[in-house]
Design a protein around this ligand. Structure first.
Ligand SMILES: C[S@@+](CC[C@H](N)C(=O)[O-])C[C@H]1O[C@@H](n2cnc3c(N)ncnc32)[C@H](O)[C@@H]1O
Length: 243
């Protein structure tokens, strides 16, 4: 069973094994980049819960005029993100924050894109709904919010399908990378696949359904809300602020 809040130990584990645990990770990064590229002028980019900085680095490399503002609650992750930025580090600002808090939500600039991967599911439904509203207010006209995250299937059958697909994806990734199942064994022993076991009400993981999240993005005033990719319970959505 996962702990009730994200720990520095979780950060170290995810830095070691995230490339196995996240299905089609490189493809996800490319899709998010393609969506950010559709903003009129991607200069000020914000990443919520940047983790070890894979997406931050991807966007810095793709948008040489952009500054990344990367936020995370873990000092281990922020240090890893700074290191990962490498030659682009002069265009990176990192900041500790609590995703659930409100003190960081009035930014001193308008964001051309706000992105987040695999973190917003740590908020409950009302928390996500409020976050989407506040992110919409942060965006410049034409700016885009791209959210990659776990979703909650609406039926037991849907949950079983997502759980099986995620298990298969991690097993295949372990075999393809290492020729053995050691990484998959960690994934199973850590009970990372939340679709395969009942979650307690106070779990750190509180994914919401795809439909609810699309509704909340629209309710926040975002337009052209859509789903661009979905696999093994993971989805990439976006919404745009009208220019
Ligand atoms: C599963 S990792 C994903 C990291 C990265 N976005 C990625 O896709 O590789 C979750 C991240 O969310 C951060 N996080 C979790 N809860 C948080 C909170 N309440 N406030 C700030 N950061 C949080 C963790 O420190 C961690 O970096």
């Amino acid at each position: 069973m996962r702990a009730m809040s994200w720990s520095e130990q979780d950060s170290r584990g995810f830095l070691d094994l995230g490339d196995y645990y996240v299905p089609q990770r490189e493809r996800q990064m490319a899709i998010i980049g393609d969506l950010v590229a559709s903003a009129p002028s991607p200069r000020n980019l914000v990443e919520l819960c940047c983790g070890g900085g894979l997406l931050t680095r991807t966007l810095l490399a793709r948008f040489p005029q952009a500054r990344m503002h990367a936020f995370d609650g873990s000092s281990t992750m922020l240090a890893a993100a700074r290191k990962q930025a490498g030659q682009h580090a002069d265009r990176l600002t990192t900041r500790p924050f609590d995703l659930a808090a409100e003190d960081w939500r009035s930014l001193p600039f308008r964001a051309d894109a706000v992105v987040s991967s695999l973190a917003v599911h740590h908020l409950d439904g009302p928390g996500k709904r409020a976050l989407f509203r506040d992110v919409a207010a942060m965006l410049a006209p034409g700016g885009i919010f791209v959210l990659a995250d776990l979703i909650e299937p609406t039926t037991a059958a849907g949950k079983a399908v997502a759980g099986q697909m995620w298990d298969d994806a991690v097993r295949e990734a372990a075999l393809a990378r290492d020729g053995n199942l050691a990484a998959y064994d960690h994934f199973r022993d850590d009970e990372w696949n939340l679709y395969n076991q009942p979650q307690p009400p106070d779990s750190i993981d509180q994914p919401s359904s795809l439909i609810d999240q699309l509704d909340w993005l629209r309710e926040a005033g975002l337009e052209t809300v859509d789903v661009h990719w979905m696999y093994a319970g993971h989805a990439i959505m976006s919404g745009r602020k009208l220019g």
